[in-house]
Design a protein around this ligand. Sequence first.
Ligand SMILES: NC(=O)c1ccc[n+]([C@@H]2O[C@H](COP(=O)([O-])OP(=O)(O)OC[C@H]3O[C@@H](n4cnc5c(N)ncnc54)[C@H](OP(=O)(O)O)[C@@H]3O)[C@@H](O)[C@H]2O)c1
Length: 272
Amino acid sequence: MPFVEANGARIPAIGLGTWELRGRTCARIVEQALKLGYRHIDTAQIYENEREVGEGLRASGVRRHELFVTTKIWTTHFAPNDLERSTKESLAKLRLSEVDLLLLHWPNPQVPLAETLGALAHVKKLGMSRHIGVSNFTVALIEEARALCPEPLACDQVEYHPYLDQSKVLEACARHGMAVIAYSPVAKGRIKNDQRLAQIGQAYGKTAAQVCLRWLVQQNVAAIPRTSKIERLSENIAIFDFELSDDEMRQIFEMASPKGRLTDYGFAPKWD
Ligand SMILES: NC(=O)c1ccc[n+]([C@@H]2O[C@H](COP(=O)([O-])OP(=O)(O)OC[C@H]3O[C@@H](n4cnc5c(N)ncnc54)[C@H](OP(=O)(O)O)[C@@H]3O)[C@@H](O)[C@H]2O)c1
């Protein structure tokens, strides 16, 4: 499994997204993913599955130091005391002494960013997370966060797939040594019906989803596809035995639109 390196973090290029995975399904999928070779698991306080993610981690038998576990702090916990308390709660649910990456889930203009970033850096210093970062931050917010945060930021986790142009965020992150972690990387499943990607994949014996994930990791982007199906766990990780040509990469870049965002989450910042 290749890694994306970012300000000291080594992030396994493919991780498992766990949004909407609940209960036994969640624990079982996490366990199976780890048994199949995944090493990076993405959860969040708001997913209400940190306990089950922790169960899956332990059931897999994979040693802690081989794992890369991310969780995200929900926006209502951005006041400094709340941030520290809720991080402790996340660790208790996961039954871990630290996570590998702790993210601010969305920007929250109601709480001064300097205070939240100060608290995030503080919990890192206390040993609750090896690395810290942000999610859903625009270029302007990345610049602001960089200037305000006393500790290096490892990433911005953002929606990214072939239908959405994220070149500005990619440039800003590269400028600051931060990784981009692509969420909704298979466009919430829509990629599987994409004719152009399927056609590119034919030459390699790969599916449209595999071509899509390969296109992301070939840009040095980490991706966290979610699936509730064991067979797709294997499919989504079998992308390291072929390489897209420059021309194929270009063809996929041409599919993007600045308006290709799939979901309006309601509390999103004003994307530039
Ligand atoms: N930071 C944030 O604000 C944020 C926002 C959204 C998501 N995320 C994270 O990113 C993860 C992934 O994003 P997402 O869940 O929105 O979307 P996604 O991973 O792009 O798509 C998930 C959907 O695609 C299907 N799928 C997965 N692999 C497939 C394949 N190989 N072929 C066909 N269909 C496939 C899954 O269905 P089946 O289950 O039927 O396979 C599921 O319905 C989340 O789980 C979460 O961890 C973060």
